[in-house]
Design a protein around this ligand. Structure first.
Ligand SMILES: Nc1ncnc2c1ncn2[C@@H]1O[C@H](COP(=O)(O)OP(=O)(O)OP(=O)(O)O)[C@@H](O)[C@H]1O
Ligand SMILES: [Zn+2]
Ligand SMILES: [Zn+2]
Length: 702
């Protein structure tokens, strides 16, 4: 850093507007190395953020407040959970900065980590409990009692000896090993069907990296959803592993970060932000289930872990390995154009068959008088499984008990007073809740408008559970969704009970869709495949295909052959049919052609600008101004198309209106610079005060 000392010790030089004196050095050694600073600069250009935002994302939350010291933690703690979108929290923090700086600090912290122990918040930010309480009264945070998280037990004795790879795995491993050893940057996509044993290949590669004295980082979509994978890694690498878990306390995060930074551990497993793990000699960076949306950050800095990973692997001369049973269309596009090397595992380990898939036509069911959520076909298969003592997983792509409540007489529906969405009924606490802003109100017995009787519409896990009880009396069902999990038990407890007690049916949402490996599960039912197919987002098909393939992939992983049943109202739909055949190749060919025709990513790049504010007209006006400014700059640049402004998918969140403009382009420096410039100018525009704008490259939210 600059070390300018004033001659007389007091008077600043003439250019004091630009340069300031250093008052004191905060750290004895810099917390960010040269490589990280370079990365921060690159991020600021790529993801429309400041260098400060980028640097902050690399450091453990809380580090910038006070030196972290581990605190002994109680069995239950009061957690403050951010109850508004992070983006709103930052805006609110900005407004509070002057009058209530402590509240602003808390909001900044929570916007990054979502939730934290109140004790730790007060400890790290120096804010009082009263400030936390004030934010709770405002509705910005919710206070919840939670059980203390226990670190996944890392035993070093449980590995069943060294891994012996199958011939197919060995072939893939042999090629990839060369790249780990070569020390030159390389990127590869491992497309391996569900159950092909990608994890085994990862472990062998990590061993190779360690042997060459290099470090490995493994990213997983969500740690809580991959307990089995963490256990396996623990078994092989024991104390040499740091786990960066989203549920770690602030102090624990800092401890893990220091263990990595000081070179005590050489393998890091973690979620998105672990891509910044400060390993010293990166040799291998694996992104498992690389198609998952959790790798994209939805707050500033709006980066995708894959992009950060590429940057790091290039500068470290490391291998970037993307793994998936349903690669993202972007990654397969890069692989087919030669940017990534492509490796395939087309068969399951031990030549186990992929489960055959039966399709249940729910329209026919309805015609035949079955209005429930379990088709005759699925019911028969469930019965067969119960008789044989085999287990089944039922997947429902929703949460809540009954999705909607409406008046049977006048049609009145309950909507969130702060957002443009309906609230859903949760039987666990008997409240109507908004999934966007956390608003809730007690459920009522009658219509507030006409006093009529209320109807429950839609199926939630709880309703399905009740149907199952009626159809299969006395049969054990474990229900697993965000409600049951946050109430008392953890994911792991549910899963252990399912495995050990051989409960016949596991019913759940997203949580049961991925990563589970139970050898006794021979039937999987997808209760409603249509739900996500008809969302107007260019990724809707990709997400549906991927989700169905993943769920179906949970069946028949052991010695016994498995099968799956997909229930749909549109059995003729091409995406559903391809997913049923688990035909990724055909899906990809069809999908990339559609993207090319529509001018969407990955064939073209997309940058979105989102404007939000309390005044809808002001937001729309702001967007028109942005559009005009962009048009002006892009005139004569052939490859740029502007779309919108249009209201965001959820147009109002927490009383703020959101509109989006999209720029379809070739993502070049010129385009990025222009967008960044327009956003900066907009922030200074007095006429548009109260409207906040951010840019997002390759956005996931549309
Ligand atoms: N080389 C091997 N030796 C012994 N068992 C193996 C080997 N490879 C895979 N398996 C077993 O096969 C099963 C599937 O492997 P794994 O979970 O790694 O697959 P995957 O490709 O990650 O699947 P998914 O994408 O569905 O998560 C596991 O039970 C695993 O223990
Ligand atoms: Zn009514
Ligand atoms: Zn709401």
């Amino acid at each position: 850093m600059l070390s300018v000392t004033p001659d007389d010790g007091t008077k600043p030089p003439d250019d004091a507007r630009v340069l300031k004196y250093i008052d004191a050095a905060l750290d004895a050694s810099p917390v960010l190395g040269a490589e990280q600073l370079k990365l921060a600069l690159w991020m600021s250009d790529r993801f429309f953020c400041t260098v400060y935002d980028a640097a902050k994302a690399m450091l453990p939350a809380g580090m910038w407040f006070k030196d972290g010291v581990r605190r002994s933690r109680d069995k239950t703690v009061t957690m403050a959970v951010l109850d508004i979108p992070a983006e709103e929290a930052l805006i609110l923090a900005g407004q509070k900065k002057k009058k209530a700086p402590q509240q602003a600090h808390i909001l900044e912290l929570l916007s990054q980590i979502g939730a934290a122990d109140v004790k730790e918040i007060t400890y790290f930010t120096g804010a009082s409990r009263r400030s936390v309480k004030a934010l709770a009264d405002l509705g910005a945070v919710a206070l919840e009692e939670r059980e203390v998280f226990r670190r996944p037990e890392v035993k070093s004795s449980t590995a069943d000896g060294p891994i012996v790879l199958s011939p197919a795995q060995q072939a893939v491993f042999d090629s990839l090993k060369q790249f780990v050893k070569a020390g030159a940057p390389e990127a590869a996509l491992l497309y391996g069907v569900t159950g092909s044993g990608k994890t085994s290949v990862y472990i062998r590669l990590i061993e190779e990296a360690l042997k060459s004295g290099r470090d490995a980082v493994v990213l997983v979509p969500e740690i809580a959803l991959t307990p089995q994978m963490i256990a396996t890694f623990g078994a092989y690498f024991g104390d040499n592993i740091a786990v960066l878990h989203s549920a770690l306390g602030i102090g624990e995060r800092y401890d893990e970060w220091r263990r990595i930074n000081s070179g005590l551990v050489h393998v890091v497993v973690g979620t998105r932000s672990a891509v910044f793990a400060p390993v010293k000699n990166l040799g291998l960076l694996i992104i498992d289930e690389e198609q998952e949306h959790t790798y994209k950050s939805e707050n500033t800095p709006r980066y995708h872990a894959r992009d950060i990973a590429k940057f790091r692997c290039v500068s470290a001369g490391a291998l970037l390995l993307l793994g998936s049973a349903t690669p993202s269309v972007e990654s397969m596009y890069s692989a087919s154009s030669g940017k990534y090397r492509l490796f395939r595992l087309d068969n399951r380990y031990n030549a186990r068959e992929l489960p055959p898939v039966l399709i249940a036509d729910m329209k026919k069911e309805l015609k035949n008088g079955n209005g429930g959520s379990i088709s005759t076909l699925l019911l028969n298969e469930l019965r067969d499984n119960i008789e044989r003592g085999e287990q089944s997983i039922l997947f429902l792509n929703r949460r809540g008990a009954s999705t909607l409540i409406a008046c049977g007489e006048c049609g009145y529906t309950f909507t969130c007073p702060r957002c443009s969405v309906s609230v859903t009924y949760h039987s666990a606490n008997r409240r109507l809740m908004c999934h966007y802003c956390g608003y809730s109100e007690p459920a009522r017995d009658s219509c507030p408008d006409c006093g009529g009787k209320l109807k429950y519409i839609g199926t939630g896990t709880q309703k399905v559970e009740e149907e199952l009880e009626a159809l299969l009396p006395g049969v054990g069902v474990i229900r697993m969704d965000t409600d049951t999990v946050s109430l008392s038990n953890t994911h792991e407890e549910h899963l252990t009970r399912f495995r050990e007690k051989k409960v016949p049916i596991l019913l759940g949402t997203q949580m049961v869709a991925k990563g589970l490996d139970f050898e006794n599960v021979t039937l999987v039912g997808v209760l409603s495949a249509d739900q996500m197919l008809y969302i107007s987002d260019y990724r809707a098909h990709e997400r549906t295909f991927s989700l169905i393939t993943q769920v179906v992939g949970r069946s028949g992983r052991g010695m016994k052959p498995g099968r799956a049943v997909i229930q749909t109202f549109t059995p003729e739909n091409e995406v559903i049919r391809l997913a049923a055949r688990q035909d990724y190749d055909s899906f990809y060919i069809r999908e990339i052609e559609l993207r090319r025709l529509a001018g969407s990513p990955p064939v073209f790049d997309l940058i979105s600008l989102t404007a939000s504010g309390a005044d809808e007209i002001g937001v729309m006006r702001g967007c028109m101004k942005l559009r005009a400014a962009l048009e002006n700059y892009f005139r004569g640049l052939g490859d740029v198309r502007l779309l919108g402004p249009a209201p965001a998918a959820v147009a109002k969140v927490n009383n703020r209106y959101r509109y989006r403009l999209s720029v379809c382009c070739r993502n070049s420096r010129q385009v990025r610079d222009t967008v960044a410039h327009v956003v900066r100018e907009f922030a200074k525009d007095k006429e548009c005060r109260g409207v906040h704008v951010y840019a997002d490259a390759d956005p996931y939210e549309l």
